[in-house]
Design a protein around this ligand. Structure first.
Ligand SMILES: Nc1ncnc2c1ncn2[C@@H]1O[C@H](COP(=O)(O)OP(=O)(O)O)[C@@H](O)[C@H]1O
Ligand SMILES: [Mg+2]
Length: 316
């Protein structure tokens, strides 16, 4: 057979140290395959919200292993690199998540260490945020800003979760706007969210996005309207729409689905050699045809992670 001599020249792919394949969920793959139209839509959404233009929240939907978490991860990386403020959270089944979300939001704001000019405003928002967080996290709730614990300001809270969350989201987005950027909120595994918690959050999100800011343009004297720079992405299994509809029916009509299906064949064909090549493995036409056919667009089947040890630097 012709295959035997060929195999002798190919390093063993399944060596535990050098194999690029690490099936699993959520790890950022070394090569991100396909998803260009979906990614472009998310980029445009962030750019538009950053410019003060209202954009519907996005719902990334698809079966397990289809690449939702990976898409969110790539997007988070892109958004951070673009100077956007990103708050992201994965919802675990059964556990409360709004307290954690508020905490993450606080850390996002604190981490972007605003200039001295804005410190008072940042502190005011963080005190409010901490007071809201305490309602969810009890004694455990703790946030630091510039190395000092933030004292909660209960006076600003209304006692109404939805309204408090709405104010927080608008405040946070406006702080980002002061810094010339916007806020991106990512919620993965959102189908796990408890309806009682998801409902006030979704209403708060849509109300915060609808919030109208007015400014007078000094040159023309006209009143200019804009939206807070707040981009929202929820991701979840195909039952996500049901979970959303149960919690906040209007959020369904005000959010736009991104259905993730199998990767196009061309994307698999392009990505596969890209991530095995650094390991000294290439694919000939027949092998590539066969593996592309076997993978059938399911990204889980050609998983490689950034944490996999790379190829030896020399000696190959
Ligand atoms: N676009 C992609 N390019 C390369 N690998 C991907 C891609 N999408 C997913 N994968 C791989 O498939 C695995 C499962 O993807 P994941 O995002 O965790 O699925 P989901 O969140 O939809 O359950 C990931 O660990 C990743 O390595
Ligand atoms: Mg996932």
């Amino acid at each position: 057979m012709v295959i035997l001599p060929l195999m002798a020249t190919v390093p063993p792919l399944r060596d535990p140290l050098s194999t690029p394949f690490t099936p699993g969920y959520g790890a950022l793959p070394r090569v991100f395959a396909g998803r260009e139209p979906e990614f472009r839509d998310l980029e445009v959404m962030a750019a538009r919200t950053r410019a003060g233009i209202y954009e519907q929240a996005r719902r990334v939907q698809g079966i397990r292993g289809i690449g939702k978490t990976v898409l969110l991860g790539e997007y988070e990386q892109w958004a951070s690199d673009s100077g956007l403020w990103v708050t992201s959270l994965t919802v675990a089944p059964g556990a409360g998540f709004v307290g954690r979300l508020v905490g993450e939001l606080g850390r996002t704001i604190a981490a972007h260490s605003p200039t001295d000019r804005t410190v008072r405003r940042v502190l005011a928002v963080l005190r409010f945020l901490t007071a809201v967080g305490l309602r969810y996290g009890g004694e455990a709730w703790h946030l630091e800003y510039r190395g000092r614990p933030v004292t909660p300001d209960a006076a600003r809270t209304t006692g109404d979760t939805q309204e408090d969350l709405r104010r927080l989201l608008v405040d946070a987005a406006l702080l980002a706007r002061d810094r010339g950027t916007g806020l991106v909120l990512l919620l993965d595994e959102a189908q796990n969210a408890d309806t009682a918690e998801l409902a006030p959050l979704l209403y708060a999100l849509q109300d915060a996005q609808k919030h109208v800011l007015t400014e007078r343009d000094t040159a023309s004297g006209r009143t200019l309207r804009s939206s807070p720079p707040l981009a929202v992405v929820l991701a979840g299994l195909p039952n996500l729409p049901d979970a959303i509809a149960r919690a906040a029916a209007t959020f369904m009509s005000r959010s736009r689905p991104i259905e993730l299906g199998p990767l196009p064949e061309s994307a698999v064909r392009k990505a596969l050699p890209e991530f095995t090549r650094p390991h000294g493995v290439d694919w000939d036409g027949f092998a590539l045809d066969r593996i592309v056919e076997l993978i059938d667009g399911y990204p889980y089947f050609f998983t490689s992670t950034a944490s996999t040890p790379g190829p030896p630097a020399t000696g190959r």
